[in-house]
Design a protein around this ligand. Structure first.
Ligand code: CA
Length: 359
């Protein structure tokens, strides 16, 4: 038996994810890839995920499969990572698929849609509910294969200079909120703005905008919004569990030795778990620090939540009528989400609420 045949044979025994042993390593080529991240290095949780990914892939392949990570803007603009992977400018990228809803709104299901899944449900849909397969149909038409690559958990609803008592207070409000969340906010009377992270603080400070959303306590604290806008709202209903993704050019993927593909997939899955863990560990102390500095927490008023939810699902129905792949994904996604919500309502939510209630 040839050594390669032996390795192929072990895949069926579940051994394919093992690191390349020194004796075998000589059989495998040295490969160097470039990964374009959409994110700046200052976002240590989100950006570092790509570095963690590269380190793990190298470790699993005896250092033979090397991925060099570039921050947003270094090789390609942060919002053009998908384009760069599609045309082969880079072999792979790390991005948020909802940046690409201008190409097809269905990309949002690979990250987050308003009033969509939380992080647990997103993982359930992706890994075990048919989500990856459905999303790969869309990505294939862009010559890309994608892998879940991190999740921030439910995001906060953002920073407001003045309190929002009801839906009426949103009319004419200028808020930094990009993507589908911005589209829904516009239906509620908000004037949405798309600004990169570095431009939000000065815009809030000069009063050019009245409100801004970013991520959550840990990332928001670093950008300093609490020094200007004291009212911090929850939840970020447009991002209940946004997933990031690793995107790989399909030709480059198909040319990889199978064991390198396994290393990539295993490392991506690890990063997907690890990022959520980091956010869940870092957000609570960051929130405490913000509150100690005078930040006031508020829930969005009920009429805001209910109207935003109604408008979100109206938008999905409108898009389904004109976009066949959106409809195909949405129809399956919606049924899966409803089923998840029933289960979470019976067991997970009551448990969480009880744990919070009993001091
Ligand atoms: Ca956000």
């Amino acid at each position: 038996m040839q050594r390669r045949d032996f390795i192929k044979g072990t895949a069926g025994l579940g051994l394919a994810g093992l690191p390349v042993a020194a004796a075998q390593a000589a059989d495998y080529p040295e490969i160097s890839w470039r990964m374009a991240s959409s994110f700046p290095k200052s976002l240590d949780t989100i950006y570092m995920a790509a570095e963690q990914m590269a380190e793990r892939v190298a470790a699993l392949t005896g250092g033979r499969f090397h991925i060099r990570v570039f921050a947003g803007g270094e090789l390609v603009p942060g919002l053009m990572v998908l384009d760069a992977v599609q045309d082969g400018t880079v072999e792979c990228g790390h991005s948020a698929s909802y940046y690409y809803v201008g190409k097809n709104m269905a990309f949002a299901f690979d990250c987050a849609v308003p009033f969509g899944m939380n992080a647990r449900q997103q993982n359930a849909w992706m890994y075990s509910g048919g989500g990856i397969e459905l999303m790969r149909e869309l990505f294939r038409s862009y010559h890309i294969i994608q892998f879940p690559g991190g999740n921030t958990g439910a995001q906060m609803g953002g920073w407001f200079r003045h309190e929002v008592h009801s839906l009426a207070d949103l009319k004419g409000l200028k808020m930094r909120i990009p993507g589908l969340g911005g589209k829904i906010m516009a239906r509620l009377g908000v004037v949405p703005q798309t600004l990169p992270g570095s431009d939000i603080y000065p815009a809030l400070e000069t009063g050019a905008i009245d409100a801004a959303e970013w991520v959550g306590p840990y990332d928001d604290e670093r950008l300093g919004f609490h020094k200007i806008a004291k009212h911090y709202y929850y939840p970020g209903w447009w991002e209940g569990g946004p997933q990031l993704s690793f995107m790989v050019n399909l030709s480059k993927w198909n040319a990889l030795p199978k064991i390198y593909q396994q290393a990539f997939e295993v490392a991506a899955a690890e990063v997907n778990v690890r990022m959520l863990a980091e956010y869940d560990a870092r957000n609570p102390p960051a929130l405490m620090r913000l509150i100690q500095q005078g930040v006031q927490l508020h829930a969005f008023p009920k009429d805001v939540m209910l109207t935003a939810r109604r408008e979100s699902y109206a938008l999905f129905e409108e898009e389904s009528a004109r976009n066949p792949i959106f409809k195909r994904i949405y129809d399956q996604w919606k049924v899966f989400l409803q089923s998840e919500l029933q289960w979470f309502k019976v067991c997970e939510s009551p448990y969480d609420n009880f744990m919070d209630y009993v001091k």
